[in-house]
Design a protein around this ligand. Structure first.
Ligand code: BGC
Length: 759
């Protein structure tokens, strides 16, 4: 299809029509041009294709589809290849039901564990989120089903999500909140990107030219379509001008606004043409995926089980109470064992093809068990009778499995949590069970971190997260040792809410002083970057997870001890399974910048790999660090910059369990920061040749006003004078020279400085 030729044939009205959907889920057809309509659906971890009543909140029924584990679970697998398989499986289901685009993956950073939609997002770390989401996109698009990377950008809370303005300083924005998007756009080329609901630094993302055009398209090279989140467009014409191509849902009258704007000359037709070209190119891609593919829902259920198994994290295992040895009978307590909570609420809500509870899996295995409900999962108030019954049961068994977790209404799209607790009825149950002699194995269902005041009373704890429709079988395999746990946390579990990085600035309740402005005052320090830099002890750190076997880390090797500008660093380390069982280990590479050039988080994840090893087996893990891995975003340069100096490579089994480390020297980028009238003299003084330029240009003025010399003296030996001089901008030389140094002198000084800094 020659899209340009096609566009030349289109009337203004047809072009405008193409820029919004037909209805809630479909695009428009244009019969005259043989353009057909296509359909999309949520996303991200299962299809929500609604045949009748439509909504963006998961209220009305959708067609049955495999409900895979949610993103918060999947990320704990740290497994790129499984993510790719997930993408392919979703694409197969999409093709079998004539969908063209799946609305996912969601890769917003988890700024606070309170975020209502955290279960739908991958991680608090942009590299981990970026790598896993890339694999998902590559998998899905390999079968010609499009993805929609969402929500671009800074949709980190649900509270007032359609009006809130996220205030984020440039460095934090580039290094944390945009980084995962950049990673996926460059590596996996998603067909579409979905803008978020919120404003970013004063402008709705749907009409933010800087975000949608300057950054996404010009800087990162995105060539696909930007669509709106459902109802995210504020002013239609502004959005189109900013780079937003497709308005969803459709079916409204705003195409007319585009037509009028072109006729009145407030919008050039060339802008509309660009959007149309991109939409036609997308349409062409969707045509390659229209042949239906037959799906085996049993195979997809098995894949959902594998994904859940690989994502489960073993958090505690005192005296190796797990894996369970075959028992005469086992006590199982907790509503969730029978009615698992395996997904979250809102637009990602899937109508599962089947649900496998833990009790179902026990039944299937033939293991004898006795069950007590213990509490009603969707209620908060304790039921004394259920607790008494549970205690009686536990008292008769050496080991009791206790299924606890967050009820449905605690975690959903549309609102955030305001605490980290599980309901009171479960807490009281745990207290009562702790008084029995039974060893307690707690099995959690949670889409985001919870606090655990009962942790000491539990002999073992595992989390199945929101593990999808096959979670029961996955938990069974891990608890009975048919599989060895290998998941590691993709986000930090705090001890208390007050330990979390955005504690002071994360509004989740409508309080009188809450406005539509949220200031990201913790800047770069989100997740483990905060806990490690501020030395705050977490309950469980980022990257943490136990196994039934152990691993030894040996022989860290680096390809370079000094790294010049055009070299990449290869890091190698040997991992040996020194336990008795087959197992998998997730090896993490963190980087610490000791150059001293800039404040930087204590450590940052720069690579990872997951390896499978038989007992006694050794393998070498190889991880490559590119130049960008050593860089930070320099706001004045408006670009990435590598500092000159020392870096430490740290190999960890978690962010808090560093096994090996080595230092290296890195050759930094030449500092060509534009120097302007507000550049501080102290910053220039760090580069002797530049200080020299300043001093020479002031020579005449100093003769007339000798005190000026103190301002540009560099080290004078007088602390107070030095400190004062250091923070003076160059323009102050004019103010304090009483006419001896003029604005013209300043202009020529700036020219000489900029010239000198480039050479
Ligand atoms: C959500 C999106 C979703 C869309 C369509 C919105 O409310 O934020 O993630 O894709 O609805 O259901």
């Amino acid at each position: 299809m020659d899209t340009r030729k096609l566009r030349h044939n289109m009337t203004l009205e047809e072009k405008a029509q193409l820029c919004s959907g037909l209805d809630f889920w479909r695009t428009k057809s244009i019969g005259r041009l043989s353009i057909e309509s296509y359909m999309m659906a949520d996303g991200p971890h299962g299809l929500r294709q609604q045949p009748k009543e439509v909504d963006h909140l998961g209220i009305s029924e959708s067609n049955p589809a495999t409900c895979f584990p949610t993103a918060s679970a999947l990320a704990c697998s740290w497994d790129r290849s499984l993510m790719e398989q997930l993408g392919e499986a979703l694409a197969r289901e999409a093709r079998s039901t004539e969908l063209a685009i799946v609305l996912g993956p969601g890769i917003n950073m988890k700024r606070s564990p309170l975020g209502g939609r955290n279960f739908e997002y991958l991680s608090e770390d942009p590299l981990l989120a970026g790598e896993l989401a890339s694999a998902y996109v590559i998998g899905m698009q390999s079968l010609h089903i499009g993805t929609s990377l969402k929500h671009f950008a800074a949709n980190n809370q649900e509270h007032r999500r359609m009006s809130v303005d996220a205030l984020i300083e440039p460095r934090t924005l580039h290094e944390i909140y945009l980084a995962a998007f950049e990673h996926v756009v460059k590596k996996a080329h998603p067909w579409t990107v979905m803008c978020s609901y919120n404003k970013l630094n004063g402008t709705y993302t749907s009409e933010n030219t800087w975000l949608l055009t300057d950054i996404l398209r010009h800087r990162w090279g995105f060539e696909g379509v930007v669509m709106s989140d459902w109802g995210a467009i504020n002013e239609r014409v502004n959005a189109l001008s900013a780079g937003l191509d497709l308005e969803m849902p459709g079916g409204n009258t705003r195409d007319q606004l585009i037509i009028e704007a072109v006729k009145e000359g407030t919008l050039t037709e060339a802008v509309l043409d660009q959007a149309v070209d991109r939409l036609l190119a997308l349409y062409e891609k969707t045509r390659q995926g229209i042949e239906p593919i037959k799906v085996s829902y049993e195979e997809h259920h098995a894949l959902a089980r594998t994904l859940a198994t690989e994502s489960i994290v073993l958090l505690k295992n005192e005296a190796n109470v797990l894996p369970l040895s075959p028992q005469n009978s086992i006590a199982v307590i907790g509503d969730f064992a029978q009615h698992p909570r395996f997904q979250g609420g809102g637009s990602s809500h899937v109508n599962p093809t089947q649900v496998e509870s833990f009790i179902n899996a026990l039944e299937k295995s033939g293991q004898a068990y006795t069950f007590a409900r213990g509490f009603k999962a969707q209620e908060d108030t304790p039921d004394e009778e259920l607790i008494r019954e549970a205690v009686k049961l536990a008292g008769k068994h050496p080991v009791t499995l206790v299924f606890l977790g967050l009820p449905d209404h605690y975690e959903s799209e549309g609102y955030d949590r305001d605490h980290l607790h599980i309901p009171q009825n479960q807490l009281l149950l745990m207290e009562a069970l702790a008084r029995t002699k039974s060893a307690l194995v707690v099995v959690l269902a949670n889409g985001a971190p919870i606090d655990m005041p009962w942790l000491k009373q539990a002999n073992a704890v595992i989390t199945g997260h929101l593990g999808g429709q096959a979670i029961g079988g996955a938990l069974h395999a891990i608890l009975f040792g048919h599989e060895t746990p290998s998941g590691k946390l993709a986000e930090t579990y705090p001890i208390n809410l007050s330990d979390t990085p955005a504690y002071d600035e994360f509004p989740s309740l409508d309080q009188p002083n809450n406005t539509d402005v949220v200031n990201y005052g913790e800047n770069l320090l989100i997740g483990y970057r905060h806990y490690d830099t501020h030395h705050v002890a977490p309950l469980f750190p980022f990257g943490y997870g136990l196994s039934y076997t152990q691993f030894r880390y040996d022989l860290l090797r680096m390809s370079h001890t000094t790294l010049s500008k055009h070299e990449t660093l290869i890091v190698e380390v040997d991992i040996t399974n020194i336990g008795q069982r087959f197992g998998k280990e997730i090896v993490q590479v963190y980087l610490s910048d000791h150059s001293g050039e800039i404040n930087i988080p204590e450590k940052q994840l720069r690579g990872f790999d997951k390896v499978a090893l038989a007992p006694g087996e050794t393998t070498t893990v190889e991880i490559k660090l590119t130049r960008r891995d050593f860089a930070y975003f320099h706001p004045d340069l408006n670009d990435w910059r590598v500092p000159d100096g020392k870096f430490v490579i740290r190999i960890g089994a978690s962010s808090r369990d560093i096994r090996l480390e080595k230092t290296l020297e890195v050759e930094g980028d030449t500092l060509v920061v534009p120097i302007h009238r507000n550049t501080l003299i102290g910053d220039l003084a760090k580069v002797p040749s530049l200080l020299d330029v300043v001093q020479r240009s002031l020579a005449k003025a100093i003769k007339a006003r000798p005190k000026l010399a103190l301002m540009v003296g560099g080290e004078t030996g007088d602390d107070m004078l030095e400190a004062m001089g250091k923070y003076l901008p160059l323009r102050a030389l004019v103010s304090f020279s009483y006419g001896a140094f003029t604005e013209d002198d300043l202009t020529s000084l700036l020219a000489s400085l900029n010239n000198a800094s480039r050479h």
